[in-house]
Design a protein around this ligand. Structure first.
Ligand SMILES: Nc1nc2c(ncn2[C@@H]2O[C@H](COP(=O)(O)OP(=O)(O)OP(=O)(O)O)[C@@H](O)[C@H]2O)c(=O)[nH]1
Ligand SMILES: [Mg+2]
Length: 434
């Protein structure tokens, strides 16, 4: 039996008690945060057996929650045989150490939980290295407190919240971690360079790049798959993973979308955002997210059925600013409209740069494509340049930066009709024919 349980076929679920501290948040915001914490735990196969909350202006310096609450939680840990106690905010190393000691089980915080999901979900080499780096950065200041609970727990397996980096953790000293982090940084740099080369190749191809962005679980991957289905010969293997789970996608996938008779785009699907995404992770995933920075158009996917979707949009926009992708033209897809009760209009509905759809039910996919194509044409104009044959570099650059519509070889040079923005038009003003 034990053997079967250990195979990957069966998911082993563990129990946790969640603890939240309501400081200045409104009730509904706080509730939503706790809900999200429960979902994050679920994504790690951790089942919530109880939830404790406390209202206070300021967290207690030493233990985050008050001592009475600590005792209450400690008792519940015994009674409910919980494996973890998970806190709603990032704990300081000291709080972490004290709580580990006083509660006698493994303590996790929101950041640790997110890191664990990332560790479990990481598939590609780059994602794995990025997650390991973020984990080490998180562990460093917390090393001292990490194992205190084990002293009290006879026969514990010694599993820890940050799996995947080995169980010899206890012996790892700071120097060792630092060395490993430096190694990881070096490897990641090499991968980032390869990624840049790939991107440059794609840039040269002159195909517009469009990136799906948005809060985790909003439906980005589902939209990617529905748009892929518009291709003339859709290939099943090109599909990406869509799943009702936070952070189902960690890697960036780029796919060419080209419905029959249309101009192609390169669409990228990437890691979702979340409120207070640990900065170590944002940093670690910076190169994965670079794809977004170089997009011609962003598609912000919003779960319209989420009562607080506006907060999710704010998080997305903040994260975009953080990664240097603010200011890129954007359309907003209000997805999961099928789940909205009493919707006052029919879907699909397009309002300026906003579109209301249900990717899950394949409603509004063609309309979304039209909006993307229209938005990509916006702000561009058709111009014809005559480039003398000795100005090969100019022609080359035009082909890279503008959408070439027609090419004709004349006696005086190459006549190219392109669709381009003002910047390109002005730069080659001297060659402008009409
Ligand atoms: N009801 C409904 N469910 C949807 C719709 N679109 C997507 N879903 C479901 O929402 C869940 C999340 O979808 P994904 O496409 O994986 O979401 P994502 O934004 O890629 O999420 P991450 O990669 O985890 O950040 C899946 O279970 C989808 O089937 C929709 O329009 N309506
Ligand atoms: Mg996804």
């Amino acid at each position: 039996m034990e053997e079967i349980r250990n195979t990957q076929m069966e998911e082993i679920w563990e129990n946790a008690i969640l603890v939240g501290l309501q400081t200045d948040q409104k009730d509904d915001v706080f509730e939503r945060m706790m809900d999200e914490l429960e979902q994050l735990a679920e994504a790690c196969h951790i089942y919530t057996v109880a939830m404790f909350t406390q209202r206070t202006k300021n967290p207690v310096h030493a233990t985050y929650i008050g001592s009475g609450k600590v005792a209450e939680v400690a008792q519940a840990v015994q009674e409910l045989e919980a494996t973890y106690v998970i806190f709603d905010q990032t704990l300081s190393p000291m709080q972490f150490r004290n709580l580990n000691q006083e509660l006698g089980v493994e303590v996790m915080d929101r950041t640790g939980l997110i890191l664990r999901i990332f560790a479990e979900q990481a598939r590609t080499r780059e994602a794995r290295l990025q997650v390991e780096h973020a984990q080490l950065q998180y562990i460093m200041p917390r090393l001292a407190g990490m194992w205190t609970h084990l002293g009290r727990q006879a026969g514990s397996s010694g599993s820890m919240s940050n799996r995947g980096i080995g169980e010899t953790q206890l012996e790892l000293d700071r120097r060792h971690i630092e060395r490993r982090m430096a190694e990881l940084e070096k490897e990641l740099k090499v991968i980032a360079r390869e990624r840049t080369t790939q991107r440059e190749k794609r840039l040269k191809a002159g195909i517009p790049r469009v990136s799906l962005v948005g809060y985790t679980n909003a439906g980005k991957s589902t939209i990617m798959n529905r748009l892929l289905a518009l291709n003339e010969n859709p290939v099943e293997e090109k599909k990406v993973l869509e799943q009702d789970k936070l952070f189902a996608t960690l890697d960036t996938t780029v796919r060419k979308i080209q419905p029959k008779g249309e101009r192609p785009i390169l669409l990228s699907d990437t890691v979702g955002f979340i409120d207070e995404l640990p900065t170590s992770l944002v940093k670690a995933f910076r190169s994965t997210l670079e794809e977004v920075k170089y997009a011609d158009l962003l598609i912000q996917v919003v779960d319209y059925s989420d009562s607080d979707y506006r907060a999710c949009m704010r998080v997305t926009e903040e994260t975009l600013r953080e990664i240097g992708a603010a200011g890129i033209p954007m359309i907003c897809v209000f997805n999961k409209a099928d789940l909205v009760h009493h919707l006052e209009f029919e879907i699909p509905a397009v309002r300026n740069d906003n579109i209301f759809i249900s990717a899950g039910n394949e409603i509004g996919i063609a309309e979304l494509w039209d909006l993307i194509a229209q938005k990509l044409r916006e702000g561009k104009q058709e111009c014809t340049f005559l480039i003398p044959y000795d100005k090969g570099n100019v022609l080359h650059h035009l082909q890279e930066t503008a959408e070439v519509l027609e090419t004709d070889y004349r006696a005086e040079g190459t006549l190219v009709k392109v669709r381009c923005n003002d910047e390109v038009k002005n730069r080659y003003d001297g060659f402008l024919k009409y």
